[in-house]
Design a protein around this ligand. Structure first.
Ligand code: FAD
Length: 177
């Protein structure tokens, strides 16, 4: 008999399970697919081509979760991918964006027009302003920083296992801090 059952081993289910296990509960995660991670997985989509079929950019994972669950020790290695976006067009042209807005603006100016580059800069600034407001609401400050939204909870190590409804995929123990 377990204390909590999480249905779905996407990253939200796994994070919830890890925190519950850290608080000393016996947690079972059930996942219908062969692999865990939900939309955030790497799969061989075509022979020899491994990529994410869903999420491709880490944007909202709280730094506090990375720190508290020791995700770095478990292999999390976050890197900026450049260019950020490459969108080939049917007519042979392309849309390329970079992490740096200035670099993107120069690229759009070269590949499209000065007006398009200006339009992008204005659009991008609008989103940055909106994002800054939302960040205050959700308490997100980016990877590696601390936020106040999550109570660190008990430090008692718990037990967690990831199973499919029909068969166990494998147990995983969440280490104590
Ligand atoms: C195409 C696409 C691109 C995206 N790009 C990004 C991005 O770049 N950056 C970003 O931050 N976010 C992105 N997102 C959003 C992000 O993927 C989701 O917000 C995130 O995956 C939600 O996590 P989750 O754990 O709640 O659910 P999911 O990742 O959806 O995981 C749910 C899990 O539950 C399992 N499940 C469902 N029902 C059952 C059941 N009855 N029994 C057992 N298991 C069940 C599923 O198989 C799955 O593994 C993208 C989403 C999509 C679809």
């Amino acid at each position: 008999m377990v204390d909590a059952v999480i249905v779905g081993a996407g990253h939200n289910g796994l994070v919830a399970a890890a925190y519950l296990a850290r608080a000393g509960l016996d947690v079972e995660v059930v996942e219908r697919r062969e692999i865990v991670g939900g939309c955030c997985v790497t799969e061989e989509l075509w022979p020899g081509v491994r990529a994410s079929p869903g999420a491709y950019t880490l944007s909202l994972l709280r730094g506090r979760i990375i720190d508290e669950l020791g995700l770095g020790r478990h292999g999390l290695d976050v890197r900026a991918h450049e260019p950020y976006l490459f969108a080939p067009q049917p007519d042979g042209r392309k849309v390329v964006t970079w992490s740096s807005r200035e670099r993107t603006v120069s690229q759009l100016e070269r590949d499209w027009s000065a007006a398009d580059a200006r339009g992008y800069a204005e659009w991008s600034q609008r989103w940055e302003t909106a994002a800054a407001r939302v960040q205050k609401i959700i308490g997100h400050q980016g990877a590696g920083s601390q936020d106040s939204a999550v109570d660190s909870g008990a430090r008692v190590p718990g037990r967690s296992s990831v199973t499919r409804p029909a068969a166990a995929i494998g147990p995983s123990r969440v280490p104590p801090r």
